[in-house]
Ligand binder design. Sequence first.
Ligand SMILES: *Cc1c(COP(=O)(O)O)cnc(C)c1O
Length: 451
Amino acid sequence: MTTPPPPGSTSPPAGGSGRLLALDRAHVWHPYGPMPGRSEPYLVESASGVRLKLADGRELVDGMSSWWAAIHGYRHPVLDEALIEQSRRMSHVMFGGLTHEPAIELAAELVELAPRAGGSASSGSASSGAPGLEHVFLCDSGSVSVEVAFKMALQAQRALGHPGRRRLATWRGGYHGDTFHPMSVCDPDGGMHSLWSGVLPAQVFVDAPPVEFDEAYAEKLVEMIARHSGEIAAVVVEPVVQGAGGMRFHDPRYLRVLREATEAYGILLIFDEIATGFGRTGKLFAAEHAGVVPDIMCVGKALTGGYLTLAAALCTTAVAEAISGGAGGGLMHGPTFMGNPLACAVARASLRLLRDGAWVDQVRLIGNGLRDGLEPLRGRPGVADVRVLGAMGVVQLDHDVDMHAATAAAVAEGVWLRPFRDLVYTMPPYVTGAEDVARIVAGVAAAATVG
Ligand SMILES: *Cc1c(COP(=O)(O)O)cnc(C)c1O
């Protein structure tokens, strides 16, 4: 910790925020940024409830849930206690050849909560897939769970005698993570494809789903699956909400169309519920809006209530049996920190809070507050669209936002937001009260109308 500040910077006072920020600038990468960063990050000292406390004493209401994760807010006593309690037993042991209660119980609870056939909304169709998602692969992060889901799909197809089915199909506008295979199914225009053309595997894309149900588009989905059924292992989509790819919502009936067509052709259906899972859209899982059960489902982000990195890929017994009977005799994946007991223990505590059911009303009230507060922005100069679903509010602009200025405008209102591209959006912790929702609305309005 004796590194001098970078040349040209003014020397900061030793030991204070200035020193930390100088070291940050000298050594620390931040997401999607150059080195050093374009603008100075805000230094957070602590967080509690729905508030982030900055080192300079300011307090910000969190409108981001730390990227969809902190659904119960910060320093929640139940989550804190689960973590402390588990740390007194063991923080980690390897998962090869060993097992433990936190992982076992978490897996069983996830299976119980996951969508299952005939479980919720009426599917109205015989082709609703296997009864449920019975098997759980625990892994480190959302992107890794997507990698595992793809590996499951490719291994299963191979084992079932379809080695030619090696590609993936999806719709445009999606986001599935930053590692290479997930990047290959991110939106080819808004994603990082242009940066990686020739490196990323070429996948099959269809247009982004329209907001409303459109019969012609539904036919397009079926046609894509039919045309490529010899070469695609799976269709992968974010159900109902496309998150980081553009915060777009679509009619859940498209998911039924995908379910029926994939089943008809023996193609697997993967739902990436990493952003939508655990109540954000108003249902515990977005798949429930359509009454559809995928063959494989990824969860992450809010799984631990935002405490630790943990994700999972769940699959049906049919997929697990295919993989396990094929060459290799198993799923060829095994991260070092698989099933980390600390992460599993805090995830169990988060699921316990969700099972209390308070989130249902909380999400609805946040949605109402966002709708009432943001709808008046429609028609303002520069505003292209306003949309709200579950506990998510989006103001889409007709131009790219000046991220630095828009963030600063929200901070001036006492709100933490992270606008990107042409989007100023919020997904607050479920425990956000009406007054703080109103403050977030003011922050979104300030960020959306800056400049
Ligand atoms: C965030 C996200 C991922 C990637 O998760 P990481 O934990 O950041 O690797 C994948 N899919 C969706 C839908 C996401 O929102």
